[in-house]
Design a protein around this ligand. Sequence first.
Ligand code: AMP
Length: 377
Amino acid sequence: MATIGILGGGQLARMLALAGAPLGHRFLVFDSAQDACAGQVASLMCADWRDFDQLQKFAEQIEVATFDFENVPAETAEWLTSHTRVFPNPAALSVAQDRLQEKTLFGEVGLDTPIFAAVDSIGELRAAIEKTGLPAVLKTRRLGYDGKGQFVLRQHSDVENAWATLGGVPLILEAFVPFDSEISVIAVRSRSGEFRHYPLTRNWHRNGILSASLAPVPVDGELQRRAVARARALAERLDYVGVFALELFSFDGKLLGNEMAPRVHNSGHWTIEGAACSQFENHVRAVLGLPLGDTDARGCSVMLNWVGELPDPTPVLAEARAHWHDYGKSPRPGRKVGHATICADSPEELIERLQRVGRALNRDDDVAPVIDVLANR
Ligand code: AMP
């Protein structure tokens, strides 16, 4: 039995603790918020990220530390490495915290990206547009998530407005990709360098926030092989330990790297019920140096995110092989408060279940594109 420390006490930490408990492990969560939802299922230490006295106490109680979000201050992650084992390593975390470093690394491991340029002044923004063309997406290099810290420029006259909205912090401008689909690779690498990946997941977003995921996604075998090879190269280059997500745009038969999340990921929640061993259990296994679990899918699964507030759980609970997750968070616009995963042995069966759930919850808009893909596979 080991005690695993998690920096960040949101729903990812909560699901890690729930996955690790049957293996006999305990969890101590460190968060700056008193009401961090992982605190409902694990012990919680509440302190500032730079409170090194509290971090010392945290380190003394755990065998290994990991993260539920990537924006832990780099100095905190670094400090911890001299007091306990930390996975993934802080250098990997630091690359993933900065969109410019991340995209540069993608290029180095042979993963194409949208054309991009660093932007630190309005003059550089104008010059960057010459490189990317329009439309283009201006993003903060750091601390952006779920579409926050982004501005889509459609014409040259948008420059002043974009700069007024985001300027003042390091930025990156990316060509806007009219992608056919968004895909993620959820993969895991162990302390001994073993690498495994889940079947590819297709993702749909609403207002920049994930709304639905489908796995396994029917994609061309060669595309799948390339996506996995790039994810593996990335993990090896970073000497990465644990689960991570590589988010990709599929466009015109090509794959373009959007971002890497150095942690368990929302687009991998379906693995809890839809795969032999979930992303959460595999992360626990990886950071503890245990053998990795089987990443094969059991049939096909769709995950629907609940954002802002939870709908009525009854239609989901009434459905066979449908699973309800309530994160125990108070409702707030744009906040992820739960999800449901609906599984089936065949696409036809999954379509029927999705239609019933979509209709009952008034989520036809979210399930329609997923049903479309399932019907045409
Ligand atoms: P991100 O925070 O970078 O993952 O962006 C959130 C969402 O915005 C992505 O999942 C896409 O749907 C969209 N997006 C981000 N970057 C681009 C881009 N360069 N071209 C088109 N859509 C984008």
